[in-house]
Ligand binder design. Sequence first.
Ligand code: ADP
Ligand code: MG
Length: 349
Amino acid sequence: MTHDAARPEMEAVTTMTAPDPAAPAPIPVAPTPATAGGRAGYGHGALIVCDGLVRIFKVAELEVVALQGLDLLVERGEIVALVGASGSGKSTLMNILGGLDTPSAGRVTVAGHDLTRMGRHERTEYRRSVVGVIWQQTARNLLPYLSAVENVELPMILASRAERRTRALSLLDLVGLAERATHRPGELSGGEQQRVAIAVALANEPEVILADEPTGELDSATSEEIFGLLRRANGEFGTTIVVVTHDPVVARQVRRTVAIRDGRISTETLHRTELTAEGEHRAFSEEFAVLDRAGRLQLPKAHVQALGLRDRVRLRLEGDHVEIWPDRPDDEASLPPGAAGPASAGTDR
Ligand code: ADP
Ligand code: MG
């Protein structure tokens, strides 16, 4: 099998295993042992810390729990893809991270800013200079009556930056639109508008770029270009990027994909390449279940269905793993401690 570096053949490894000790430096996604004990130390050192985030929307008499105790850590300089079914809470999370909404409960800090306690002034500053936001709707990202270069200059004017025009033009150059600087959004294609939106988002050198389905309205070739620009910003400026996407190809191009289900992180997939004995680069991905700090684990639907798991499961602690069996009354007598179980869930390597 040949492996194209740009579009690697992905081999989905669906086992839920502990990280391979021989694998490259792991991305810290869980509290370190030193901090695991207390809430106060959770996520220490991470750029984005979501700790038990809850967001409840009240519509008439109805309560919608959009986020149900979401925990998420993102390290400085990471690029993370956020995936999940429609209605799973992705935009709710992005709005909170962008400082546009506040959670009903829980803690969220971004680059040292406690988003639940920010006053009005700090919030304005935060939205202006700490985060850059790109929305799916191209029209929401740009002012229609300003030219491309004026759109890029606007956040810098609000932040009283010097050298605005020069910087705006160099950002437009970065996104490949130097020649369209004087065009208004209406004179640009959807993909070009999103490129300008990236330049706008980068204007004040934010720590984080939040992009909520930035390529949702674009064809796949244009999506790849836009995504390539986000990765370039990540590589050149070290900007931390959280991008919501439906596109599995896009989601595979980052090292870490986080899946949200019913307002909580359900799985994380790490994408890596390794050098084979033949000197070829082999891309592979490995999906992990996420353990929350209370020790709760969400099993993938496929595993639950394959073994008909429900209500209760049997657990057994082995030397380096935990085995899970369905709770079947018939099995009870036939499972002496230490005996090989009827099936070992999710440990086939
Ligand atoms: P996603 O972006 O993953 O599609 P959202 O975060 O937009 O999901 O929505 C999560 C849930 O919260 C959905 O059930 C949605 O209907 C609800 N929701 C989101 N925003 C509001 C709002 N402003 N008022 C009421 N319900 C909302
Ligand atoms: Mg959404």
